[in-house]
Design a protein around this ligand. Structure first.
Ligand code: BDR
Ligand code: CA
Length: 392
């Protein structure tokens, strides 16, 4: 599928505000991004990921580690798929597996702003990584709180950081309440969250990340919208279920990734044996990263085969990272979105003004199309390539 870059939405009206070292605009020529801006791969994109690791968060971490254009500055953790302490342990362990033990990992908010935390072990497994078993991480967490880290790094490199949030927006909401300049101190904010023209995956109209902390989503969407309107910086790019449910990974992709990693025919057989629901819970593949991916995704695929009618899995979070690194993967529309907080059935719904009935300025660039095939090819190629360097 060919995805058009969205027409310039006319929202970069001003240049006022904090100096902006980022926006990928240094030297050379390159492809066109969704704002008509030229994208250059020359300068690495400084990434902070905010995660609730989680199987697809783990895949997103691996994708970021495998992407040559990404400079992974830090990872911040939030309670969501699993409790925040386990999220932090999982995140450290996944980064160690990828050979990236130097990346700072900070623990953040353990509870949503005002509601009790809900977790989802049925989706991600009792410890958040499906059937995978990873060594306990050898190093400690950062001594900075995630919210302090986000604010400090944004202030230290104004306009340079691309923040990608892959979980509930609790850390970000607290950060922007404490530092209202945060939206313009960052280069961009890309999020996985929401269901804009799509049914929900948690309640009929709600997507998990927004559902867990709708109050935080409301705070963040409002703050970014107001700041983008006032200062003319990009609106957040939101990848909801509308596009992330097109990123369906299948056992064939896992086998292709294993091949790319240099797996032997025996390894591939071992992977295939693990495909049977209820069979061996651990793959015997010899490459530790391939084993991890197969064991984590098998759990996720079994979940999807029970609830979504196919043996495979939506890898929401890696698509968001991929789109942050290459905006050509999605086409976006500038829209006004609000979050339902007082519904009897719909709390957490991302209510989207498709017909501009509210007459309010748009606050999100919502992804409405994605080149899922190109993304999946890239996921296999990059993560398989990284795994090839991490033979056990
Ligand atoms: C989102 O919810 C979580 O379970 C996934 O990690 C993803 O971030 C999809 O709705
Ligand atoms: Ca997530």
């Amino acid at each position: 599928m060919t995805v058009r870059a969205a027409a310039p939405a006319g929202h970069r009206r001003g240049t006022g505000g904090a100096p902006r070292a980022g926006r990928h605009g240094r030297g050379g020529t390159g492809p066109r991004g969704p704002w008509g801006a030229t994208i250059h791969a020359v300068t690495p994109i400084q990434l902070i990921l905010d995660v609730d690791t989680g199987i697809d968060d783990a895949m997103a971490l691996l994708y970021a580690c495998a992407s040559p254009e990404a400079d992974l500055v830090a990872v911040t953790c939030v309670g969501g798929n699993i409790d925040a302490a386990q999220v932090a342990t999982n995140t450290l362990a996944v980064l160690e597996l990828a050979g990236r033990a130097e990346v700072e990992v900070a623990l953040g908010r353990e509870q949503p702003l005002v509601r009790p935390l809900q977790v989802t072990p049925e989706t991600h497994g009792p410890r958040g990584l499906g059937y995978a078993e990873l060594r306990s991480p050898a190093r400690p967490l950062s001594d900075r709180h995630a919210v302090d880290l986000l604010i400090a790094e944004a202030r230290r490199r104004p306009g340079a950081i691309t923040l990608v949030t892959l979980g509930p927006l609790t850390n970000l909401a607290v950060a922007v309440l404490r530092e209202p300049e945060l939206p313009r101190l960052l280069d961009r904010w890309v999020l996985m969250g929401g269901a804009y023209r799509s049914p929900g995956n948690t309640a009929p109209t709600t997507e998990w990340n927004i559902h867990v902390d709708p109050d935080a989503a409301k705070v963040a969407f409002t703050a970014w919208g107001a700041s983008a309107e006032r200062h003319g910086h990009p609106r957040p790019t939101a990848l909801g279920l509308d596009v992330t449910e097109r990123a369906k990974i299948t056992p064939e992709h896992v086998v292709a990734l294993a091949r790319r990693a240099g797996s032997t025919p025996d390894d591939l057989l071992a992977l295939a044996r693990g495909e049977d629901p209820g069979q061996a819970t651990q793959s015997m593949a010899s490459n530790p990263m391939v084993r991890f991916i197969a064991d984590a995704l098998r759990f996720y695929m079994e979940f999807h085969s029970r609830f979504d009618g196919f043996y495979g899995a939506f890898i929401h979070d890696p698509l968001a990272v991929a789109a942050a690194l290459d905006p050509r993967l999605v086409r976006t529309e500038a829209l006004t979105v609000d979050v339902e907080l007082g519904g009897t059935l719909t709390t957490g719904e991302t209510v989207t003004d498709w017909r501009r009935a509210w007459g309010r300025p748009p606050n999100l660039d919502v992804a409405v199309e994605a080149d899922a095939a190109a993304f999946l090819d890239r996921f296999v190629e990059r993560v398989g390539g990284l795994a090839a360097t991490r033979r056990g």
